[in-house]
Design a protein around this ligand. Structure first.
Ligand code: MD3
Ligand code: FE
Length: 215
């Protein structure tokens, strides 16, 4: 007998993307408004900025951070820095609602005792994109990166361990959380240019939080 709640007709809460990568659809939906409030408060102390990468290009994505260290870039290279180079002050603390969500998502995906020390906050407006890259400046190669999508939807690009590997496309919507750890930690990934739109939470923007264990 078939019902609305059969596993083949009900959207699964936990979807395996590949070994080590888990998609948790709508995992953050009930906290989304609180998360955006947190982002607004953080951005009052550490403003969103467009970083310059070593090649000299300015990123279309605007970034800020909270936590013990923040990811920054300039002409000389990338680094995690305990101080915001724009203010000379430490980054704002990570709001408890951020940490709680990241720890629960990691645990749900099979990574117990997650203890991130950085949260990079990316802001996309129409046309903003993130080119295919690996995140490899973090010390623990097994600890996951937990990614939380808020506001406008985006097409996430998700390749393999080599730049030339085929790239899959995954639509990420507000509240979706993806956990990338273990064997999936060093896959190439990026975000396609954001499409125009309006979202009740974020207006014309998409916000992405990525939690990282840096040390
Ligand atoms: C897979 N951010 O901040 S989140 C980044 O939507 C970044 O803003 C994208 O890539 C964004 O570095 C994608 C999903 C994500 C983040 C980090 C990963 C996937 C990942 C690290 C390793 C593997
Ligand atoms: Fe990344």
């Amino acid at each position: 007998m078939s019902s609305l709640f059969d596993s083949d007709s009900f959207p699964p809460a936990r979807e395996s993307l590949e070994d080590g990568a888990v998609l948790l659809r709508a995992f953050a939906t009930s906290e989304a408004a609180q998360l955006i409030e947190g982002v607004t408060r953080i951005a009052q102390q550490a403003a969103f900025r467009h970083l310059v990468v070593p090649g000299g290009h300015t990123m279309s994505v605007a970034m800020t951070n909270c936590g013990r260290v923040g990811w920054v870039s300039d002409r000389t290279g990338y680094r995690y820095d305990p101080l915001d180079p724009d203010t000379g002050k430490p980054w704002p603390g990570t709001p408890p609602v951020f940490l709680d969500l990241a720890v629960r998502a990691a645990a749900d995906a099979g990574f117990a005792d997650y203890d991130p020390d950085a949260c990079l906050i990316n802001r996309y407006v129409a046309g903003a994109k993130l080119s295919l890259h690996q995140d490899r400046d973090e010390k623990d190669p097994w600890a996951p990166i937990v990614s939380v999508s808020l506001g406008l939807p985006a097409t996430f690009l998700w390749g393999g361990k080599r730049r030339a590997d085929p790239v899959r496309r995954l639509r990420l919507e507000s509240g979706d959380v993806v956990v990338w750890g273990g064997p999936a930690r060093f896959v190439y990934h990026g975000v396609a240019p954001l499409k125009n739109g309006e979202h009740p939470l974020t207006g014309s923007a998409r916000i992405n939080l990525t939690f990282r264990k840096v040390f």
